[in-house]
Design a protein around this ligand. Sequence first.
Ligand SMILES: C[S@@+](CC[C@H](N)C(=O)[O-])C[C@H]1O[C@@H](n2cnc3c(N)ncnc32)[C@H](O)[C@@H]1O
Length: 260
Amino acid sequence: MQEPLLHRRDIPFFHNKTEQEIQQDPYERFDPMVLRQSALHLADDLWGSYPMQPIIDFSKIIPSTSPLKNIVEIGCGVGRWIAQWAKEFPNANCWGMDYSYQMLKRANEVWIKGDLIQLNLSRYGLPSNFQIEKTVLNNLHFGLAKAATLPFNDQSQDLVVSSFLLDRLDDPIAGLKEMKRILKPDGRILMISPLNFSRAKHWETFHPPIKIYKTLVDLGFKILDWQEDILIEEPLDLRGNSVNWKCIGVALGNSGYPPS
Ligand SMILES: C[S@@+](CC[C@H](N)C(=O)[O-])C[C@H]1O[C@@H](n2cnc3c(N)ncnc32)[C@H](O)[C@@H]1O
């Protein structure tokens, strides 16, 4: 693994994200992004259960063929999914990578430092002092990197996971190629995405989802599982308003073709 270029408050930076880049990145905004992601992923009691449970359920579909030693999540946000893996596989070295320093700072507070965190969710009609449960996982780390340039060695990861990321990337193909580069020959990728592309050109290239299927095959992935109708309901507020996401869930292995 590459050495970080710098650290900012315990978070290793593998990309030298400038102040200008930080200011331009919507995922650095605290209220609409970090607070909302915290409420969604770290406050199950508010909703009665974990709203993103279909992601976890999808994880159980394809067990890995080899013991999991290295697991990475790309676009980990506040770290819930990679923390789940770290808990389940305490001997695995787990990394959550994201391009947002603010998301990583929150992930680090919750899963590594075990800080006491209170969320003020009053502007959603929810409590002003919701307390997040502390958990400390010694086999989990977080780092700042771009999906297209990850700091991991070739063929080093047993499992690469990502949720709600593919459609956010400037260059989804570069992100997929990078996941493949770091995957061990018998490794697995699990990916869930609503394919709610933010760019018109990505709708043209990747919709309908069969185009992604073909792209994955062309990139040399073996499709181990393909689901097009995973429904996730994201709660918005106390009133019960919500957003529905229709996601694809894909489990991938290396097909060995085309030769690398
Ligand atoms: C919609 S959020 C999803 C977070 C979480 N995985 C989930 O399922 O809710 C997208 C995440 O991807 C991160 N992200 C966006 N572009 C990225 C990139 N090029 N490389 C790495 N992470 C990126 C954002 O900072 C954000 O945390």
